[in-house]
Design a protein around this ligand. Structure first.
Ligand code: HEM
Length: 123
């Protein structure tokens, strides 16, 4: 069965999605202060891109480089409450709206991102 990764045409889709997402994040007065290394925007972009590619059935480069995702654990250093979740989702939804033109792909990404953002709340 074709994965969502295949259906969207591979890695390029996720690069565009994450680029669009980070355009919002860097201008966000709640989220951007949480980022530990503002100079490493390219690195942060790449980690999220590779994670999403792996999650949706593409190459496993993320885990080859970073090990098991353990995303909740990796986010513990950042105080994430409902406000942070909402801001994260605002930018991610804008990116999904712009990049996912197919309604089925749009629905799958929206559902996953909504649940994942909720799951990351730790304060
Ligand atoms: C809900 C609010 C969220 C906030 C405020 C947040 C914030 C952050 C911050 C500050 C980082 C460090 C940046 C870096 O990698 O240098 C990070 C990393 C990361 N985030 Fe989030 N995040 C959120 C939700 C999510 C969700 C829902 C996902 C997945 C769908 C995700 C995936 C990732 C990944 C893959 C990394 C890199 C982890 C690593 O390999 O070190 N984040 N996040």
């Amino acid at each position: 069965m074709a994965t969502l990764y295949d259906e969207v045409g591979g890695s390029e889709f996720f690069v565009r999605l994450v680029d669009r997402f980070y355009e919002g994040v860097v201008q966000d007065d709640v989220l951007w202060p949480l980022y530990p290394d503002h100079a490493d925007l390219a690195g942060a972009r790449e980690r999220l891109t590779l994670f999403l590619i792996q999650y949706w059935g593409g190459p496993t480069t993320y885990s080859d480089e970073r090990g098991h995702p353990r995303l909740r654990q990796r986010h513990f250093p950042f105080a994430i409450g409902e406000l942070e979740r909402d801001r994260w989702m605002l930018h991610m939804q804008a990116a999904v709206d712009e990049c996912a033109t197919d309604p089925n792909i749009h629905a799958q990404l929206t559902e996953y991102m909504t649940n994942a953002a909720q799951h990351m709340i730790n304060r």
